[in-house]
Write a protein that binds this ligand. Structure first.
Ligand SMILES: [Fe+2]
Length: 294
């Protein structure tokens, strides 16, 4: 395996003599190099394996098992995921592909937060029709935002964030009622409004740097009709600072233009991801995911 770039994300492609590698040989190589892969991911935050013989969800599940992390099977939060195979789930089934999803670390509002996300491209979106996955490092976002909004970042670190969801009462148990500060309000029509948090929204990384670590970017895009996210003390967040954070994430992102068979590993505490909208829905874009703990 060849490490093609020293950039973000790190990209690993087959050596010229590995282009027709059988899956079993690739899986053996992943097992053999797993410590190198873990280290590369920890240093870079994101690692893209491209051009290897990962043909479907069953192959992807074998890659995940070879990586030897602990596999998460529940506590998936607000997203409607379907189980596909072994460690493999659909990435998001509840939002149509033409709707973009803003930048977020995965389920930071849940009691169990995955350390590593691994996405797999089973069907790539048609070329030129969007559907990329944006990725950006949280420490870069923090550093840029701290130039203009240092007190907002300090408030966010001190108070955390509360996220608000409106869900059918039947879905409430999947959020885990044991969360700190968990509140709920019964609405009409069998709906329940859940307030999850306060949740950590700034992360201290092993490097010593601080990182933007939250779902404020995706909350801001999704719902403008009412506050979807607020400080942990239930006060409003400044709109100008949130807008600035979203702009920084848009500017600094790397857009992964999917190719069939791509395996993208992200360190969830370090890197945020987003979904670009897809303008042409046939053939559709299909991204699968495994969520892992160290
Ligand atoms: Fe996500």
């Amino acid at each position: 395996m060849e490490d093609q770039f020293g950039k973000f994300p790190a990209v690993v492609v087959p050596n010229p003599d590995e282009r027709e590698l059988p899956l079993d040989d690739f899986i053996s190589k992943v097992q053999e190099h797993k410590a190198w892969i873990h280290d590369k991911l920890a240093r870079n935050g994101a690692l893209l394996l491209r051009g290897f013989p990962v043909k479907d969800a069953a192959d992807f599940d074998q890659v995940i098992k070879a990586l030897d992390y602990k596999i998460l099977h529940d506590h998936f939060g607000s997203q409607d995921r379907k189980h596909v195979k072994g460690s493999v789930y659909t990435a998001n089934d509840d939002l149509p592909l033409e709707i973009p999803i803003g930048f977020h670390n995965e389920i930071t509002y849940m009691p169990v937060i995955p350390d590593v996300l691994v996405f797999y491209c089973e069907v790539a979106p048609p070329q030129g029709c969007g559907g990329a996955t944006g990725i950006v490092r949280g420490d870069d976002v923090y550093e840029d935002l701290s130039k203009k909004f240092p007190s907002f970042l300090q408030d966010l670190e001190d108070k955390g964030a509360i996220y608000c969801f409106t869900v059918p009462a039947s879905e409430q148990p999947k959020y885990g009622s044991n969360m700190n500060g968990y509140k709920r309000k019964q609405l009409e029509n069998g709906l329940v409004k859940l307030y999850l948090g306060p949740c950590p929204a700034i992360k201290q990384l092993p490097s010593g740097k601080k990182a933007w670590f939250n779902a404020i970017g995706s909350s801001y895009v999704r719902d403008s009709s009412e506050p979807y996210v607020e400080f942990g003390d239930e006060t409003a967040m400044p709109t100008d600072a949130i807008k600035a954070a979203c702009e920084i994430m848009q500017e600094k992102q790397f857009a992964v233009q999917w190719e069939q068979g791509d395996v993208l590993m992200l360190e969830n505490s370090h890197v945020l991801h987003s979904r670009h909208s897809t303008s042409k829905l046939e053939p559709t874009r299909k991204i699968l995911v495994s969520m892992l703990k160290y």
